[in-house]
Design a protein around this ligand. Sequence first.
Ligand SMILES: NC(=O)c1ccc[n+]([C@@H]2O[C@H](COP(=O)([O-])OP(=O)(O)OC[C@H]3O[C@@H](n4cnc5c(N)ncnc54)[C@H](O)[C@@H]3O)[C@@H](O)[C@H]2O)c1
Length: 248
Amino acid sequence: MSGLDFAGTVAVVTGASSGIGLATARLLAGRGALVANLDLAPADGDGIALVKCDVADDGSVRAAVAEVVARFGRLDVLVNNAGIGAQGDVTANDDEEWHRVFDVNVVGIVRVTRAALPHLRAAPAAAVVNTCSIAATAGLPRRALYSATKGAVLSLTLAMAADHVRDGIRVNCVNPGTVDTPWVARLLGQAADPQAELAALRARQPMGRLVAAEEVAGAIAYLASPLSGATTGTVLAVDGGMHGLRVR
Ligand SMILES: NC(=O)c1ccc[n+]([C@@H]2O[C@H](COP(=O)([O-])OP(=O)(O)OC[C@H]3O[C@@H](n4cnc5c(N)ncnc54)[C@H](O)[C@@H]3O)[C@@H](O)[C@H]2O)c1
């Protein structure tokens, strides 16, 4: 296997019925991987194997990973992408909601990786890519709970990379800025003035536009591929320059 060639490999992408996960599953499948989409919801006729799974339920995750390996015989790439949002400052959500969002965004990654590990250890060039967020490294207003989960995803990525470097498993994450996905469309739909909100989100990113889901998929595919064979424990920003640039 060389370059962005995934022929002969098996990839699991969580949350691949929509947005970034769907774009990633399509890209990996287009480059030859057998791709399983572990999601609560089906995608619209995309030809990628749906294995119904709730990353917040350990039994569901174990069964789903076992089904993938039974069907496809191996597991080389894991993309931990499923995630949910939360809005507001620290007063906005009760304890139950804090636990629920952490359970999906952070413990969900733990569950899927834990179930996948024996199979990843057996793969010749295994890679895990976590979908983190700019919210892990920049303070965004009204995103206390969501940002805390993504900060945890970033730290978890580094810890997992250290734990599994000797297993030959690389672990990295991508930090998208605001991406044009159904998630962001839902948020815009709730805004008092959706056009003004969209303009503000575009203006926040130095490139002056939202990131495309396919651009995040490209970064994930790179980190999952042998092109990044010497890269582990890193964060790749895909944010139109939002994290690092101060333009005027
Ligand atoms: N859209 C953005 O601007 C943006 C920016 C930074 C990071 N992210 C991250 O990217 C990831 C994907 O976001 P998106 O915008 O593509 O979202 P999306 O809502 O379009 O898709 C998320 C998918 O995850 C699935 N999912 C949710 N909970 C699940 C669960 N418990 N088990 C299994 N699947 C579940 C949903 O069914 C859906 O198909 C998330 O982790 C999100 O935090 C998104």
